[in-house]
Structure formats: C-alpha cells, structure tokens
Design a protein around this ligand. Sequence first.
Ligand code: HEC
Length: 163
Amino acid sequence: MSLKQISSLPVMVVFLLGSSLLSAETEQVPLSERAVLGEGKFAVCKACHDDTLNPPQAPPMFGVQRRYKQQFESQQEFVDAIVKFVTLPTESKALMKGPVKKLGLMPGLPLGDDMLSEIATYIYEENFEPPCEHWAQAMSSEKGKGKGKHRQHVQSMYEEFCQ
Ligand code: HEC
C-alpha cells in the first residue's frame, strides 16, 4: 500500500461511517417541495389539531391521516377530499363520525384550493408521531365509561403504537 493510499484510509472510514449513520437517520422519506410549503402553513390547523391540548379541540392528525389513507387509494384523492372537507365541512362528507359527535363539526376554513392542497399534501406525507399522551389521557378520563367506542379505539391504538 502506498503512503498516499494509507493516508486516505481514515477519510474513507469516516465517509462510510458517516453515510451509514445518515441513512439510518433519514429512513423517513424527505417531504416534497409542495409538502414543505404546506408544513409552513400548518399552524392554521395546529391551533386545534394539537395533540398536547387538554381537553382536545380536534382529532390528532395521526388519526386523521390514517383514516383518510384507509378511505382513499391515491394521494390525489386524499388531497382532494381534505380540500373539499376543510373548505366546507358537512356531516355527510365527514369520515370521523366519533369526533364530529364529541366536538361538533369543524368550522369551514375557505383558504383557497391551492393553499389547502399544499397543507393536505403535507398531511399526506408527514410521519406524525403517535399521540400517546392524548390516548393515555382519554383512557383515564373515560375509564368509568365501560366499552365506549372511542375508549375501545383509543385503547387499541395505544396498544398498537405506544407499547
Ligand atoms: C377551530 C378548530 C379547528 C381548526 C382550526 C381546524 N380543525 Fe380540522 N377538525 C376540527 C374538529 C373539531 C374536527 C372533528 C370534527 C369533524 O370531523 O368535523 C376536525 C376534523 C378534521 C378532519 C377530519 C374530517 C372528517 O372526515 O371527519 C380533517 C381532514 C381536518 N380536520 C383538517 C383540518 C385542516 C387541514 C385544518 C387547517 C387548514 C384544520 N382541520 C383546522 C377542528 C379544527
């Protein structure tokens, strides 16, 4: 091995180590440009869709994303449905009957299709943390209520994502 090769060895090692660490950290696909724009505007939604609020003002986005992904096969359908719902919420459009019953229908936010579709793209792409605190709180506050639907839902989500 020439001197030149030996001296470049540590550089190689650092490079390889560094890139493997990086790939472990960035396993989550980075947000698209459009989703980054939506993330910047998400504060409008976070005013209510904030898992740390107690009592809750809106269902956690983790659950909203999950429900909409169950319902719609493509990203386009997912985004369109959210844009339509948020512009003018109605009971018949609502997929989350439990939250509608508990909190009332969300107020309409007619912010324009473009802005709402950026936000909806963000909601589609983001890897939301499971709201374990929110579920734990709901489990204890609904303890006496037997086998309520929400309690059952919360308990099974908690068991699946937080234990
Ligand atoms: C004033 C509080 C408030 C704000 C602000 C708010 N939401 Fe909501 N949102 C709610 C409540 C309450 C519900 C549950 C009742 C319902 O589904 O209408 C809800 C439910 C939803 C749902 C599920 C609807 C369904 O199918 O039942 C979506 C999607 C949603 N919000 C998106 C958004 C987006 C996107 C924003 C920001 C642009 C936003 N929300 C801002 C209160 C809010």
